[in-house]
Design a protein around this ligand. Structure first.
Ligand SMILES: C[S@@+](CC[C@H](N)C(=O)[O-])C[C@H]1O[C@@H](n2cnc3c(N)ncnc32)[C@H](O)[C@@H]1O
Length: 608
């Protein structure tokens, strides 16, 4: 649009005292790139001049008028974000769609500091609709790193294959942080920004509905570029225009209340383009800043900051839990290290996490200090402390070896593999470390593995999985590149060498061991294994009632077995053959096929 066209219209860079319907009518059609509207919700809220308790029909009629106004002024590739409460979310969404908008996202904004309700659940969310005019042409800055959030791969798994730019935030449900105090991270599905409470430095102080700058920042960054035109029909405390100005966008807003306009204009005047947004970008990791006193001593400052931290944390978990704050907190790293020192008995972190007896001891030692931090969070922190060298730095020695005989490992590793494969299918983002740090996942792992190896103990099965992981790591590191000559492979890797037999106890070839496949009724391969002794393996693998039931279920009837003998092959050669077969036949079986490619996270630690 020719910028001169705008000269005769309400000026950009200002908040206008005007009814937004009249104000928008003065703007040329299609001149706005992004509109953000946080209208009154019609819930009887007390504003300066606006009456927030219209009859329902009247409110909907009025909403239709202003949404039509937004639609007219919005560019064809523009975006319209609507913030709205439960009362009229459904009605206004339908209305906006009837007017011609397409809904791209229905984001739930989760907040704390909701108005406490005695006889219903305290409201802690609002709806944010992202509408566009044209489903195919709209601006969405998916690659802007400041819109993205760290991925679980980056934050939790420390996975070097993670996209360094992070990931787009999701839009899903989380209950309340107090239900999930340590699991509510910035990359979860609900955007979590605390409401701008009275004590926050960010609080402009004159408007009860002030939105957090970080929330507007995400919307403005995602749906507009510097220089684009941003409109807010309901300016209130001027958050939208304040953020638009900081981010170098052109802006215009309307507000009925002269007082709000004058105070909002003062707020705007104090802002320079490029100023940082107020409020924590990641509110879970940092408490919002409040004003300190002048001339306070270092000790006073520390005491104030601690008090603020506690008050803030208490507010996050809800006043009703205030008295529990002390035990709600996570253990400090020092306390966790001491608990580990007390129980580890010379064993490694892996051993403590995988050994049910040592794990129980760790739990008891930790619970004496912090009742509420979930075990998974503590166990994860322990792995991080080990990786950072903090345990060694504290003089903790963990050289006591964990020895499981090779024969035992060979006997049970297929059961660990099946259990791991099933968990990977259920939770594709989780690495083995995640499974082993979360007691619930660990329990699932044990249950699945014991279907196939009822006489193995949990520590053995878990240790087998860590062994598999180190094979997988080695295999990944030694994968031949496309232009490298193929490594010498054992001759039996070709399918023609397979011998099909009818029963689980059969064996073939002159060698005792080699590769074997479990086949479904339709001939598809369910599992590929390697063993030094077919007879022993089939006895273990398929003979127990629970394993037989599992395979019958998978196979759609009695499974068939094919074997390929490997004369004189050692364990590593058999494994290499199996890996090669799995690479050549991806997705053919319940094996951890992708372990040997690069699809699933393995986890950072190796057993020590
Ligand atoms: C929910 S508040 C907006 C809060 C704002 N998002 C913020 O961060 O401060 C709604 C505002 O719209 C104003 N308002 C209500 N009806 C209006 C209208 N027809 N035109 C312009 N402003 C209006 C109210 O005075 C109120 O300040």
């Amino acid at each position: 649009m020719d910028p001169n066209v705008l000269k005769t219209h309400p000026a950009f860079g200002q908040i206008h005292v005007s009814d937004c319907i009249d104000g928008m009518a003065e703007l040329p059609a299609g001149c706005i790139d992004l509109a953000f509207a946080d209208p009154p919700f019609n819930i009887g809220y007390t504003y300066d001049v606006y009456d927030d308790s219209l009859e329902s029909d009247e409110y909907i009629q009025w909403s239709e008028s202003w949404i039509r106004g937004v639609h007219r002024v919005l560019a064809d590739d523009g975006a319209f974000w609507l913030a709205i409460g439960d009362e009229y979310a459904a009605e206004l969404k339908v209305l906006a769609q009837q007017i011609g908008f397409q809904c791209r996202s229905w984001v739930i904004w989760y907040y704390t500091f909701g108005v406490h309700c005695k006889y219903k659940f305290t409201r802690s969310h609002a709806h944010l609709f992202h509408f566009v005019k044209d489903e195919k042409h709209f601006k969405f800055n998916a690659d802007d790193p400041s819109v993205r959030v760290p991925s679980a791969r980056q934050l939790v798994y420390n996975d070097r294959r993670a996209n360094s730019k992070g990931r787009m935030p999701d839009d899903t449900w989380i209950l309340r942080p107090q239900d999930l105090p340590y699991g509510f991270t910035a990359d979860e599905d609900i955007w979590y920004f605390p409401r701008v409470a009275g004590t926050f430095k960010e609080r402009a102080g004159f408007h009860g509905c002030q939105m957090p700058e970080q929330l507007l920042g995400r919307i403005i960054r995602a749906c507009s570029d510097p220089g684009d035109k941003v409109l807010d029909p309901f300016s209130g405390s001027a958050t939208t225009v304040a953020v638009a100005k900081k981010l170098g966008r052109e802006f215009i807003s309307f507000e009925m209340s002269e007082e709000y306009v004058s105070l909002g204009t003062e707020r705007l005047e104090q802002i320079r383009v490029g100023d940082p947004l107020t409020g924590a970008a990641d509110p879970l990791r940092s408490a919002p800043a409040t004003n300190g006193k002048k001339n306070e001593s270092k000790a006073e400052k520390l005491a104030r900051e601690e008090e603020e931290r506690q008050r803030w944390a208490t507010q996050q978990v809800g006043p009703q839990l205030e008295f529990q704050f002390e035990t709600m907190r996570a253990m400090t790293d020092g306390e966790l290290i001491n608990a580990f020192r007390e129980i580890h008995d010379g064993h490694s972190v892996d051993r403590v996490l995988l050994d049910p007896v040592l794990s129980d001891r760790l739990e008891s030692a930790c619970r004496r200090i912090s009742e509420r931090e979930p075990a998974a969070s503590r166990r994860q922190r322990l792995i991080e402390l080990r990786a950072s060298g903090a345990l060694t730095a504290e003089g903790i020695h963990t050289e006591r070896p964990t020895t499981i005989p090779t024969t035992t490992l060979e006997r049970f590793s297929y059961a660990a593999e099946l259990a791991w494969a099933i968990l990977v299918q259920r939770y594709p983002e989780h690495s083995l470390d995640d499974i082993f740090t979360d007691p619930k996942l660990l329990e699932e792992f044990d249950r699945e593995a014991m279907l196939h190896a009822a006489d193995a103990d949990p520590l053995t099965l878990r240790w087998c999985a860590t062994q598999l992981r180190s094979w997988a790591t080695t295999a990944r590191e030694h994968q031949p590149g496309a232009d490298e000559p193929e490594q010498s492979a054992p001759k039996f890797s070709a399918a023609k060498n397979w011998t099909t037999t009818s029963g689980p106890t059969s064996k073939s070839g002159s060698a005792k061991g080699g590769l074997y496949q479990v086949l479904a009724q339709d001939g598809s391969v369910l599992f590929v294994g390697e063993t030094s002794d077919f007879t022993v393996r089939f006895g273990d693998h398929l003979a127990s009632e629970s394993a037989a039931r599992f395979w019958r279920n998978e196979a759609g009837g009695q499974p068939k077995i094919r074997t390929a003998s490997i004369q004189d092959a050692t364990g590593p050669e058999r494994r290499l053959a199996m890996c090669r077969w799995l690479q050549e036949n991806p997705a053919a079986s319940r094996n951890l096929v992708s372990l040997w490619s690069t699809d699933i996270p393995l986890g950072a630690s190796t057993p020590s």
